[in-house]
Design a protein around this ligand. Sequence first.
Ligand code: NAG
Ligand code: NAG
Length: 385
Amino acid sequence: MISLILQYVTIWCRYILKKANIIIGKCATHLKHSSSLAISFIIFFILLLVVINYYETRIASMTKERNNQQMLNNLNQVNEVNENNDDRMQLLPDDLIVIYNRVPKTGSTSFMGIAYELCSHNGFNVMHLNTSKNSHVMSLSDQVRFVWNVTRWTKRQPSLIHGHIAFLNFEKYGLFNPKPLYINLIRKPLDRLVSYYYFLRNGDNFRPNIVRKKQGDRRTFDQCVDLNERDCRAENLWLQIPFFCGQDSECWKPGNKWALDQAKRNLLNHYFLVGVTEYMHEFIQILEASLPQMFSGANQLYEKGTKAHLRKTFNKLRPSARTIAKIQQSRIWQMENEFYQFTLDNFNFIKDRVLIKTNQADTSNNIVYKDRGQQFFFEKIRPKN
Ligand SMILES: *[C@@H]1O[C@H](CO)[C@@H](O)[C@H](O)[C@H]1NC(C)=O
Ligand SMILES: *[C@@H]1O[C@H](CO)[C@@H](O)[C@H](O)[C@H]1NC(C)=O
């Protein structure tokens, strides 16, 4: 559009210029009979000519600049296409949505610290889903709002959304596209509960100045168990199963066998990757190997800043053998532990295929793994060209 207008203006200028030349020529022939009026006319026309010439050159240079810009843009597009041809990049669509429905006290803050450091470099958006009162279950109307917003908010895609909400199946809302990739991390159930118990009382180094709900309560977890108080009862262990089971009433009944089965099914059918806190390093490496568009660089950040990313609850005491034995007798612990073992098993199965052991060990003497890379190729491609 603009270039069309510019072309018109240029043509018009040329036309004026031509006319002016003719008039000047005529003027010259009549110079003999010149009067001061004629001379002033000539001067006027010369001035006009200079002005027109000036604008013509300006317009020409503007047009050239525009063309150059256009060329540059085209070049950039070509470069982008070339970059997108990179094998690893082709794996992921622009409308990628990753949902990390993090379970409290599983090391999720450490992991999210890495994601926040990576997002601008890797070109994705991160957002926290804040639900009122930190509720893990959403109302039906909120579920619809959430699902519709997230799938249609293209300006904020690709996106990584994190929040303490139970699994939500997008297909239930008639929305199959884009389907989010769920990821998660779970932890040994008793470790998680003990961590939560002391966190409520002592806080942590992440936000050390916040006064926690049970601040000032000096009772240890062991004492709490001995007194059979509310905060350390087995029902509090019932959290990782319902998080994977979902938004249904049956999921939140402690000890419900159906909920455990549903959690396992959802994990296998709807989760891209579920790791365990105890092997967070490998979890991050697998994510980087399989979703490089989002997580490339994550492993390096993890290895460089393990300490910086770690969120540590203050004054956490290990429970006694007696307390552990007592908790392990409860049916709820047994079910949560079964779910943990199921997850760990599945995680190890995935890990052994994505990563390979190196000869190195990290500072805590754990084996260090690395990406195996692509383990397949195409052959016997026909017809021959
Ligand atoms: C969620 O929002 C409330 C209200 O703005 C705020 O007080 C709270 O700290 C937020 N929660 C988190 C985990 O940031
Ligand atoms: C989703 O919600 C955000 C913030 O609440 C809003 O700015 C955005 O426009 C919404 N997107 C869509 C597609 O509804």
